[in-house]
Design a protein around this ligand. Sequence first.
Ligand code: AMP
Ligand code: MG
Length: 403
Amino acid sequence: MLSYEQAREKVIASVRAMRGPLATETVELARACGRVLAQPITADRDYPPFDRSIRDGFALRANDAVLGATLRCIGEIKAGSGFDGVVGPGECVQIMTGAAVPAGADAVVMIEHVSIEGDRIMLSRPATRGQSIVERAKEARAGQQLLAAGTRLGYAEMALAGQVGGHHLSVFKRPRAAILSTGDEVVDVSATPGPLQVRNGNSIALGTLAALTGAEGESLGNAPDEKIELGRYIERGLEADLLIISGGVSMGKYDLVEMVLGELGTQFVYDSVAIRPGRPAVFGVCRGKPVFGLPGNPVSTMVTFELFVVPAIDMLGGAEPRPLPIFRARLAQALREKSELTHFLPARVQTVRGETEVSVLPWQGSGDVVTMAESNAFVIVSPEKLNWDAGEMAMVLPRRGVL
Ligand code: AMP
Ligand code: MG
């Protein structure tokens, strides 16, 4: 059986191999957050466009700036304004953060390091050449590529695009993810379930995960555990860019998803992964589309989406697959696991006395959405180390959207 890392790699390799040219659209900058650039962004001019002071203080000649020197102040420059004169020997100009350093000056001394008397200043520290100045074009040259196509637009990328004049951007269309739940016992969340029925929480989870990941989720509703009808639903799902199915992939008599996918010509890439929850997860390619069969237990559905579906959506959306954002945190309690499988345990990360600590939450297994909603992370326990003491540094996977 594949490890989750191997299964992820297989998803990435399969989607890379099958991915054709991707559709693009133009969006306003203000609406581009989270989107993936389909064009590079280049500098429209030098950055900074002039030698910029990064302090409030005095622009002067570094040669003059020995300890205790007294200089004559010949004017002031605020951000956005220029200065016509030249700073000569023994002179300085008061300058504000963001203003252009005047001709003749080659250093800025911050205001905290001078004493001022009338138009004279006395330096309480020596200055060096270039101090507190960012030279023209030190950040970027005009024409230089700043963001490559394939970059996801977070807040810094958005600010940079705006700074260089990118008010309309070409981005990749969000991939359309068809979402299909299965099971005769599943009813819509708007329905009142019979005593033995369950509401379709998985389609809500999958739609939310799709949105958080940058896909356009399209719920197809719920298919019954019946081959012909299930096949029809799946064929409809194959019209989207990828298909995500929940339920029907375990060993039960009515787990028909794998069989129906096989009859529709799916090339399976894996049909189980060495994880708990999520072991029966299936991935394949059917009629040129990636298809995920995720186990129906709600926590299994969530974990397998995080591990395997996210990189596929990334790539179908024009980006490189994001790495799993795993970090280490100090365990609040001892753990004793017994398994050949890698466990993903709902957990809560918090700051305790200035340190990041993680507690595994008591839970009722992979159907327990109540505990999932209390968690903000998973602790990952692999078979290589099943016994953990309190205080050891455990592997933590943040839960998308909440940590
Ligand atoms: P399955 O993977 O189809 O064997 O389902 C495993 C468990 O998950 C069963 O207890 C199902 O009732 C439950 N389940 C399956 N699909 C859903 C769904 N869409 N929403 C909530 N629970 C589900
Ligand atoms: Mg089922």
